[in-house]
Design a binder for this molecule. Structure first.
Ligand code: AMP
Ligand code: MG
Length: 339
């Protein structure tokens, strides 16, 4: 299959919407990461997403809508969902609610619940509106690879596998949406993202964070969010995270880097770059929000340079730092060193 790569003009979006109506899969930008979208109500279209991504069939997809009214046919809405939608939609928040029959089993990987999100990116919204359909879309990477934050990343992973990629520039947030389950008594964050647990608690009065967010699942443990049990976001190189005082972290990373003969990439905050001298660094920016924005591109850069090791500074697990650390810890296979 030839993959068309088009700037996301009105014309290109109209073409993409037609492809979606035809049951095809399209790469498109959202404010979180690039998505791989298809008609969420079509069994075969959704299967084509899983095939293009080589995604395990037990990992459910998020259904994207453009207007709040489009939610009711898909799931059982409750009062908390309404309040969160009022506060954060359109935006990087996905809600898990009991599914209705119209949503095919293949979307939810057989679960009774469905994940729904209203993205804010104008291209994503136009695509959903013009197709007239809810769009099921996971991140547009091949399974196990870092999520794409540029259309170029989608091309790297999907060339020849899908008919069209819409280029809408760099994604704003850079990590996937916050996933919050509204199935239980208390709203529970299953995957941290741009909307923080603190922000959710401010609206609902309380919110929990699933404890598997910052630790690996135990042998045989059921994953509250199936995506958590799969290896994720990993660069090909072995990655290690270092936690502690910044001078100590930098000294330790420099030592490891030099002992490994320099075939490595260091991920560091802008303010810490001088601590690494002339060693090869990727600038994660001045704060956790910019680290979220740059992390996946950093991991792809490590792959391109074919380094053997990635050494990264850790971030405080607060605000959007929790999302950064959740992705980093998984990319590192939970190889986290306290110094
Ligand atoms: P991605 O499509 O790559 O953004 O991943 C979607 C995330 O949402 C994965 O971690 C899924 O496991 C999670 N997810 C989707 N649907 C559900 C659901 N019904 N219950 C729990 N987690 C879900
Ligand atoms: Mg993904």
């Amino acid at each position: 299959m030839r993959t068309q790569y088009l700037a996301a003009t009105q014309e290109a979006i109209a073409h993409a919407a037609k492809l979606i109506q035809d049951g095809q899969v399209v790469g498109f930008p959202t404010e979180t990461v690039y998505g791989l979208g298809a008609n969420a109500l079509s069994d075969s279209a959704v299967r084509a997403i899983f095939a293009a991504k080589e995604r395990p069939a037990d990992n459910p997809l998020i259904v994207h809508i453009a207007e709040f009214e489009e939610m009711a046919p898909l799931c059982e809405i409750n009062d908390r969902a309404r309040r969160l939608a009022d506060a954060f939609w359109p935006g990087p928040l996905t809600m898990i609610l009991p599914k209705k029959a119209i949503v095919p089993q293949v979307v939810t990987a057989g679960l009774d619940s469905v994940a729904v999100r209203m993205p804010s990116h104008p291209v994503a919204r136009a695509l959903i509106r013009q197709s007239g359909l809810p769009i099921a879309a996971p991140s547009a990477n091949r399974s196990g690879r870092p999520s794409p934050t540029l259309a170029q990343h989608v091309l790297e992973d999907m060339d020849g596998r899908i008919p069209l990629i819409l280029d809408g520039g760099a994604c704003d947030v850079g990590v996937e949406s916050t996933v919050v389950s509204l199935l239980g008594e208390v709203a529970t964050v299953l995957r941290p993202g741009g909307i923080t647990p603190e922000m959710i608690a401010a609206v609902l009065g309380q919110a929990m964070v699933a404890d598997s967010v910052m630790r690996p699942l135990k042998e045989g443990e059921a994953a509250p969010s199936p995506g958590m049990k799969h290896k994720h976001y990993a660069p090909r190189a072995h990655m290690t995270l270092y936690e502690g005082k910044r001078e100590h972290v930098a000294a330790r990373i420099c030592r490891e880097y030099d002992e490994n003969g320099g075939h490595a990439l260091i991920l560091a905050g802008t303010g810490n770059l001088p601590l690494y001298g002339s060693r090869c660094c990727y600038d994660l920016g001045p704060d956790a929000a910019s680290a979220a924005h740059r992390l996946f591109a950093a991991l792809r850069t490590a792959d391109e340079r074919q380094v053997l090791r990635v050494y990264s500074e850790a971030f405080p697990e607060e605000g959007v730092g929790l999302a950064v650390m959740n992705r980093m810890a998984r990319a590192a296979g939970f190889d986290i060193v306290r110094v």
